[in-house]
Design a protein around this ligand. Structure first.
Ligand code: F6R
Length: 240
């Protein structure tokens, strides 16, 4: 794993945007796998900055990792809304090139299968990941096993508690989500795992230096040949 430690999340975001720019400019059909949450926001801001200086994103396809079940895209805390606010509405990414699981689907199994078809049709060139305090990537939560395909997941209590910061009341946090499985993540050509802040230091050390374990889902990234771990000093403090 290639580890890069920056003074600030802002600096880290610029670095990841530069990596994305290389992918975007070197291919006719670039596919970015995208994450939500607070961690990738500096990356989206920097990518928007590059777009404002002339980077064309009209040929980019995006595939998001996950979506809450039961929140419509108009809901402020849906991941569709997040992506629209932080990236899509600020760039020229075409709406027909945007893919996010539909957490409102009546038939969730069919929606998961549909999403796997989307991923098969658009192999991911650069996958952006955050990491949960419990080591989840996407919403692949710590468990006895990791699922390879897109699936419905019951969020762990610590994930619900952590995500409650975005909702008025903890009772409002959805308990279930649709998430891409680990196969689609590991099949990406290149992966960037981002983490900032002291609360991520312990899990980053376990994911990067520890054993590969299903109860630390991010540790599976050790098996991928092209992963860059992008940190600030606080999240990197367990590594050195
Ligand atoms: C979000 C996602 C999650 C987050 C993780 C960290 O699409 O897949 O794995 O990356 O929960 O969230 P933040 O960045 O808010 O700490």
């Amino acid at each position: 794993m290639n580890i890069r430690v920056f003074d600030t999340p802002h600096d880290a975001g610029i670095y990841v945007a530069a990596l994305a720019e290389q992918v975007i400019q070197s291919r006719p059909d670039p596919v970015l796998g995208l994450a939500t949450g607070s961690t990738p926001i500096p990356f989206y801001d920097a990518l928007v900055g590059l777009h404002r200086c002339g980077l064309d994103l009209s040929h980019v396809t995006t595939i998001n990792l996950d979506e809450y079940i039961g929140l419509p895209p108009t809901h402020e805390q849906s991941y569709a809304h997040f992506m629209h606010t932080h990236l899509f509405s600020r760039t020229n990414i075409r709406s027909e090139n945007i893919h996010i699981p539909n957490g409102m689907a009546d038939d969730l199994a069919a929606e998961c299968a549909r999403y796997d078809d989307v991923i098969r049709a658009h192999p991911i060139h650069l996958q952006i990941l955050g990491i949960g305090v419990n080591g989840h990537i996407g919403f692949n939560e710590p468990d006895d096993l990791l699922l390879s395909k897109t699936h419905v997941v019951e969020l762990r209590p610590e994930t619900v508690r952590s995500n409650a910061r975005f909702f008025e009341r903890i009772e409002d946090v959805p308990r279930r989500a649709i998430t891409m499985g680990v196969q689609a993540i590991l099949q990406a050509d290149q992966i960037v795992l981002m983490a900032f802040g002291p609360e991520k230091a312990d899990i980053i050390a376990r994911a990067v230096l520890g054993e590969v374990r299903t109860d630390v889902p991010a540790s599976i990234l050790q098996l991928h040949k092209r992963v860059t771990v992008v940190l600030d000093r606080a999240s990197a403090q367990g590594l050195f």
